[in-house]
Write a protein that binds this ligand. Structure first.
Ligand SMILES: Cc1cc2nc3c(=O)[nH]c(=O)nc-3n(C[C@H](O)[C@H](O)[C@H](O)COP(=O)(O)OP(=O)(O)OC[C@H]3O[C@@H](n4cnc5c(N)ncnc54)[C@H](O)[C@@H]3O)c2cc1C
Length: 476
């Protein structure tokens, strides 16, 4: 029997979707860091803008899906046309399967609900808004658990730390540091799913042994989505009815992103129903405890903070129970596309104090970008002017922006090695049996959270591997 072994580094979103799609036909080995290794190597040194959200990557089984909200959104066709080496149609059928897999919902159902919302906004006097829809299933999933991968794949608990190269520059094996020593993991196909901050570090190591034609792009073109509450508005239209809109035929909710364009960049705004205007400076810092609560639902300190945070209570009532309390006040949540970094933004260095390796991230939001974002706030207020009664922009909105935790671009797909690290299929230029399938492969995402696209890419790669590397018992 011919057995084709696929070795995947990283049991996060990309790794788990790929493993799930191949587990019944191929011998799949997943390498994921142990909790011990994870706690050491999760140390990310931010030398640029601080992430604020801590942690902003997950390690262990499920990767960052242990932390995420599972908000599902497609990247717009114009972003593919401008920045991807393939058109949006290359992912169409995979997006549909990804919606099912992550949200248990038909893509068409979400798209119809969005069209419905657009009509409702028109009736409220806002005909010209550009919208994107962000679908939240009722419960977020941990990808490792949801796909029941335990027992379906071989799991190696440890950190991939080095490469063994075979004939013709192909990868023969990965060296893995486990809690008890080291292990060599052999295979025929290798896939890096170590995330936008993990994959470039492994590629750097590989580049010491093999010439990578796209090496100059490793760790560059970094993108994240800066996000934060930038102000508050008062309107005389019942927009609260459209918040957490229950998509008919689903148990999830659709949120509206109102999108404006500044230069080449898309910037989105969500209007979150608020209890009232914030009058003093402290309360202008409208953080939310919902993210933390998701991970620690019974933490008494968080529960106390929740009850002093009336907007979070409004959000829970509408998301969980469909109760929309009428209000005319809204906080304005910005999520912005950023220009990909020209300089290298993610690299590895040895921590001089501990002697251990760590990841360095240089997240840079330039002055001219700040100016563009400021302009986008003016633009959205202008778009809302038919219903707008009052508005305030928070004075510290720019400083308060935090990471969207959508680390991408650092091993991007491209049409040629002169522009990126891997080709249209995610295969690393110069290495015949190595692929990238995680956030780092995404060349650009507009304002879309990257999860749905990572899953779509993984489903597409699984089809590709099935075509090129036959299943157990099949011949090529
Ligand atoms: C609080 C929060 C909320 C979020 N909400 C959303 C949302 O609503 N919608 C959305 O689309 N996205 C959301 N995200 C982002 C989403 O979780 C990530 O985009 C997605 O999980 C990235 O998938 P990935 O496969 O690239 O990496 P990850 O899921 O981060 O997985 C990478 C895995 O590789 C492992 N790894 C790395 N290096 C090595 C190594 N050398 N050896 C072994 N293992 C290694 C890591 O431990 C990790 O488990 C959110 C993130 C956070 C933190």
């Amino acid at each position: 029997m011919h057995e084709n072994r696929v070795v995947i580094v990283g049991a996060g979103l990309g790794g788990c979707v790929l493993a799930h799609a191949l587990a019944d036909t191929h011998d799949v080995t997943l390498i994921e860091r142990t909790d011990h290794a994870a706690s050491e190597s999760r140390q990310i040194l931010d030398v640029g803008k601080r992430a604020v959200l801590d942690p902003h990557i997950g390690t262990g089984l499920g990767g960052s899906t242990q932390l995420w909200h599972n908000g599902l959104i497609e990247i717009e066709p114009h972003v593919f046309a401008e920045d991807w080496p393939v058109g949006r149609e290359a992912l169409d059928s995979h997006y549909e399967r990804a919606y099912q897999l992550l949200g248990g919902v038909e893509a068409g159902t979400v798209r119809r609900a969005l069209a419905d919302l657009k009509q409702r906004l028109e009736h409220l006097g806002l005909p010209n808004l550009r919208l994107q829809g962000l679908y939240y299933p009722q419960d977020a999933i941990n990808a490792w658990e949801a796909f029941k991968l335990k027992g379906r794949v071989r799991l190696v608990r440890g950190q991939a730390v080095g490469w063994e190269i075979g004939e013709a520059g192909r990868v023969a094996a990965l060296r893995v540091q486990t809690d008890v020593g080291s292990e060599t993991v052999n295979g025929e196909q290798f896939v890096l799913c170590a995330g936008g901050l993990g994959t470039p570090l492994l590629l750097d190591q590989l580049a010491r042994q093999v010439q990578l034609p796209g090496q100059a792009h490793v760790g560059r073109h970094y993108e994240d989505h800066p996000m934060g509450f930038v102000g508050e508005i008062q309107v005389d239209a019942p927009l609260f009815r459209l918040w957490n809109f229950r998509a008919p035929g689903t148990d999830g909710n659709l949120r509206l992103l109102l999108v404006v364009k500044v230069g080449k960049l898309d910037v989105s705004f969500q209007l979150r129903p608020a209890a009232a205007f914030y009058r003093d400076r402290t309360r202008q810092r409208v953080g939310s405890v919902l993210s933390e609560l998701r991970r620690r639902p019974w933490d008494p300190r968080l529960l106390i903070r929740l009850f002093s945070h009336r907007d979070d209570l409004l959000d829970i009532l509408s998301f969980r129970f469909g109760i929309q309390l009428p209000t005319r006040h809204y906080t304005v949540l910005m999520t912005a596309q950023m220009p990909p970094s020209e300089e290298r933004a993610v690299w590895r260095e040895t921590d001089p104090e501990t002697g251990r390796e760590r990841c360095v991230r240089n997240w840079v939001l330039t002055d001219s970008y700040q100016w563009q974002l400021r302009q986008s706030i003016g633009d959205i207020l202008q778009e809302l002017s038919p219903v707008l009664k009052a508005s305030t922009v928070f004075p510290t909105w720019f400083e308060d922006l935090r990471t969207g935790a959508h680390h991408s671009g650092t091993a991007r797909m491209s049409a040629t090695p002169a522009e990126g690290v891997c080709d249209r299929d995610g295969r690393v230029y110069g290495v015949g049996n190595l692929y990238v399938c995680d956030g780092s492969a995404i060349p650009s995402s507009g304002v879309a959270n990257t999860g749905l696209t990572i899953a779509a890419l993984a489903l597409r790669l699984a089809d590709q591997i099935r075509r090129q590397a036959p299943a157990k018992g099949e011949c090529k």
